[in-house]
Ligand binder design. Structure first.
Ligand SMILES: [Zn+2]
Length: 397
């Protein structure tokens, strides 16, 4: 950014701040300096401010965070950090309603920032792009302990975790799924591909895969959901093979979570008739019950559908590289198994088991592994862009 555009931006900021009438002010409730592979500032607010500006100043090196129409319920003044990229954090209030946070830096930061929105809170994560020093975590916990009431903590030790990818092999046990003309059972093909995907993801640093079923057992849909929750999934992928009466249909499809309701009737209907084309389509919020609407709005707030569609799109691209794609875009289906509100979820129809040549392919180890590799690559690409905060993959970004 040139000085001229910076000046213009500042001017625009001043103008917009003067014109703004605070509707509901955001309150900064805590700030943390977190050392991972890079240094990050976590600013915890009760809601996302109406406007946020993050920029750096040189000589001495500083990071400035302007939060419009925001206040603070703690005191950041004069908090010193003897080591690490951040030496000091302070704040000021402009016009009695706009909050400015200034961090004095050791080093020239190239900041990137984003909000992580929750139901009743919002976290601004500013990545300084400066190398972190995990050893400072131990030092900082001490600072935290000697000042139990301080909202500002020098560094909080947050060990990085793996991203958990839950792999769901569709059907199983008494539920064979679709059956091909040569008697190939969908449940077996699904499990074979799920296991190959498991092995591939397990070899990937920063990812812990989990299988919903390891063998030929029946797992009810509701239980699959509960297991996914218990496994603390970050990403969920369900593996199936398609079937239609018309034997020429071919190619793979990917479905993302849909905003339709998951009633038990839907789940039952799904068991009876999972691959019906009538299942899909755009659905509005009209006519849904109040609590379902609330759930759906929460979903929208978490951007999960967007995440699911994005993930699905990447996986579909990978699948198109190894074979035919049945539909060129990600569909949203109301499969009950995809109803985990805050977990990006996709369902992959690997191929048509009802198509004799695709049935033959589905039985071949080479094809099964090619599908597994395409899904693996898609998931990894997705995580490269959107790994959940606090994970090793996010720290690497
Ligand atoms: Zn299926």
């Amino acid at each position: 950014m040139t000085p001229a555009t910076l000046a213009l931006r500042c001017l625009l900021l001043v103008v917009s701040l003067c014109a703004a009438v605070p509707a509901t002010a955001a309150t900064l409730q805590g700030l943390r300096v977190v050392h991972q592979e890079t240094v990050q500032l976590y600013l915890d607010l009760d809601q996302t401010p109406v406007d946020t500006r993050v920029f750096t100043l040189a000589n001495p090196s500083r990071l400035v965070i302007d939060l419009a129409e925001s206040s603070i319920n703690t005191d950041l003044s004069g908090h010193d950090f003897p080591k690490g990229a951040v030496s000091r954090v302070r704040h000021g209030v402009q016009d009695g309603q706009h909050l400015r946070i200034v961090a004095d830096l050791r080093g020239q930061a190239v900041p990137e920032w984003r909000y992580l929105q929750r139901k009743n809170s919002s976290r601004l994560i500013v990545d300084l792009g400066l190398p972190g020093n995990p050893e400072l975590n131990a030092l900082s916990s001490q600072i935290t302990h000697t000042e139990p009431n301080a909202v500002v903590r020098a560094v909080v030790s947050e060990p990085l975790r793996d991203v958990v990818v839950v792999i769901d092999a569709g059907h199983g046990g008494k539920d064979p799924g679709a059956t091909g003309r040569r008697k190939t059972k969908e449940k077996d093909v699904n499990l074979a591909i799920a296991r190959l995907l498991y092995r591939r993801l397990d070899a990937q640093p920063g990812i812990t895969p989990r299988l919903i079923r390891h063998e030929d057992v029946f797992v009810p849909l509701r239980e699959r959901l509960e297991l996914t929750r218990k496994m603390e999934a970050d990403v969920f992928v369900s593996i199936h093979a398609d079937a239609v009466p018309h034997k020429r249909a071919s190619g793979s499809s990917v479905y993302a979570l849909s905003l339709t309701g998951a009633s038990s009737e839907t789940a039952q209907w799904l068991v009876d008739n999972e691959h019906s084309q009538e299942l899909f389509g755009e659905v509005t919020l009209d006519g849904l019950s109040a609590d379902l609407k609330e759930t759906l709005l929460e979903l929208a707030q978490h951007n999960t559908l967007e995440d699911s569609i994005h993930l699905g799109g990447i996986v579909l691209r990978e699948l198109s590289a190894i074979g035919k794609v049945h539909k060129p875009t990600v569909e949203s289906g109301n499969f009950a198994v995809l109803k985990s509100p805050d977990i990006p979820s996709i369902l992959v129809e690997t191929a048509f088991i009802s198509n004799p040549s695709e049935e033959a392919k589905l039985n071949k180890r080479g094809f099964q592994d090619a599908v597994a590799r395409a899904i693996q690559t898609g998931i990894v690409r997705y995580l490269y862009e959107r790994a959940p905060p606090g994970t090793r993959l996010a720290a690497r970004q």
